[in-house]
Write a protein that binds this ligand. Structure first.
Ligand SMILES: Cc1cc2nc3c(=O)[nH]c(=O)nc-3n(C[C@H](O)[C@H](O)[C@H](O)COP(=O)(O)O)c2cc1C
Length: 199
């Protein structure tokens, strides 16, 4: 049985943020989906290359026809995995814009990161977005993250075996955190959490 099965079927949302047609971080997103499949956890890939999204202006952008559908996907997710390129010691502008557009829908979600970078020195680059998600929306950042450079991928851009193992660990940690948070929420709301059936 899927560990998230009793979460009203809420999928894990994997947001693929690179707009590059030959993206490496996209292959991280696809591999995360495969790891979720292996755990029997439902998931959805949201590829930002496929969405016509406006740049956030804090006003008229929210009337754009794409905003409702993507915001609902974020709001419905049990957890969110962000697969992003590292640009200028940060994640790319597309995911920052996506968070600005979808805002409150991120509230209290578990969020994990998978990043493709050019070198090893930008390892801490997701910290700005992680902080924003924590302080703006009380997201729970998964305390494990995947950082990959070109050497971690095979000839066809697929994650090599060591990288694939780290992706599986991140996915497992994300599912575990989601299940634990849901259990806590059920306790807070007065219901019995999973494993409490004999209480
Ligand atoms: C505008 C730009 C800025 C970049 N800045 C960084 C950086 O600060 N640190 C780094 O390690 N790599 C940097 N890179 C390299 C990318 O992270 C690398 O090419 C990565 O594979 C991009 O992800 P993608 O293949 O999913 O698009 C940069 C690349 C571009 C195009």
């Amino acid at each position: 049985m899927s560990p998230l099965e009793d979460n009203t079927g809420a999928p894990v949302l994997v947001v693929s943020c690179s707009l590059n047609p030959a993206s490496r971080s996209h292959t991280l997103a696809v591999a995360a989906g495969k790891s979720l499949d292996a755990l029997g956890v439902s998931h959805e890939l949201l590829d930002l290359r496929e969405w016509d999204l406006p740049i956030c202006d804090g006003k008229a952008c929210y009337d754009h026809p794409s905003i409702g559908p993507v915001t609902r996907k974020v709001a419905a997710a049990a957890a969110i995995l962000i697969a992003s390129p590292v640009y200028n010691y940060d994640l790319n502008a597309a995911i920052k814009n996506f968070v600005e557009l979808t805002g409150q829908a991120w509230g209290e979600k578990p969020v994990g990161f998978l990043c493709a970078a050019g070198g090893h020195r930008s390892y801490m680059s997701p910290i700005g977005l992680a902080n924003s998600l924590m302080f703006d929306f009380r997201c729970h950042i998964v305390p494990r993250y995947v950082y990959a450079t070109k050497e971690d991928f095979g000839a066809a851009h697929e994650p090599g075996p060591e990288l694939a193992g780290r992706i599986r660990q991140l996915v497992q940690a994300t599912v575990d955190l989601s299940v634990a948070l849901r259990w806590l929420a059920s306790r807070r709301n007065g219901g019995a959490g999973r494993g409490d059936e004999r209480d």
